[in-house]
Design a protein around this ligand. Structure first.
Ligand code: URA
Length: 199
């Protein structure tokens, strides 16, 4: 069922990218998804937030982070004066829901990476926030441990856009004690963006 034909998406605009992602059969995640979830938000946003992959509610509604983790993400955004649909674009490392919400495999993240790369090329964000390991892996193309990678700036390789790594909101729902660290990360993001805008 899966068609691993080489992807040629570098010149796609938003409309063709959305159509290509909806019809994508590059990895096994296409088999059980209800729909692919490309992303949501301002396509010219300064901020790009990247999560792991759609869950059940996202698969149903076609929008990222609309469940419980999404509520926490909205609150995190609000804490630094950001709003979904106004200031940020939100996407995921993989566009199709992994069965039973398992973590996406490396090959699935790799198969979906060209779509994320094209989203970044179209948005040209000033700052990218990787939430959780799969997002950090997709963006930095390296094995990343969140606790070691947070609190510093990384580079999104091709376009040298700064990347900040932080905990995934779903992780924070289960690990309340790390919320204080997430707040530190939010403050770091806010001050980094201020500096980026000042230049
Ligand atoms: N978790 C994610 O990583 N992405 C979503 O869209 C929803 C939950």
């Amino acid at each position: 069922v899966v068609d691993n034909a080489p992807l040629s998406i570098k010149n796609l605009d938003w409309e063709s990218l959305a159509a290509t992602v909806s019809a994508c059969r590059q990895c096994r995640l296409c088999e059980a998804r209800k729909q692919a979830v490309l992303g949501v938000g301002d396509s010219q946003a300064d901020w790009l937030f990247v999560g792991e992959g759609p869950g059940a509610e996202e698969d149903e509604r076609g929008e990222p982070f609309v469940g419980q983790a999404g509520q926490l993400l909205d609150n995190m955004l609000a804490s630094i004066d950001l709003q979904r649909g106004r200031d940020v674009y939100i996407a995921n490392a993989v566009k199709c829901r992994p069965p039973k919400n398992r973590t996406p495999d490396h090959d699935e993240i790799a198969a979906c990476r060209p779509y994320l790369a094209q989203q970044i090329a179209l948005i040209q964000p000033k700052l990218i926030v990787a939430m959780g390991r799969p997002a950090a892996q997709a963006l930095l193309q390296a094995e990343v441990k969140i606790s070691a990678a947070r609190g510093k700036l990384h580079d999104y390789e091709r376009e040298r856009i700064p990347v900040i790594v932080t905990y995934h909101p779903a992780y924070l729902l289960r690990n309340l004690l790390d919320k204080a660290k997430a707040w530190e990360d939010l403050c770091f993001m806010r001050s980094t963006m201020r500096q980026l805008k000042a230049h």
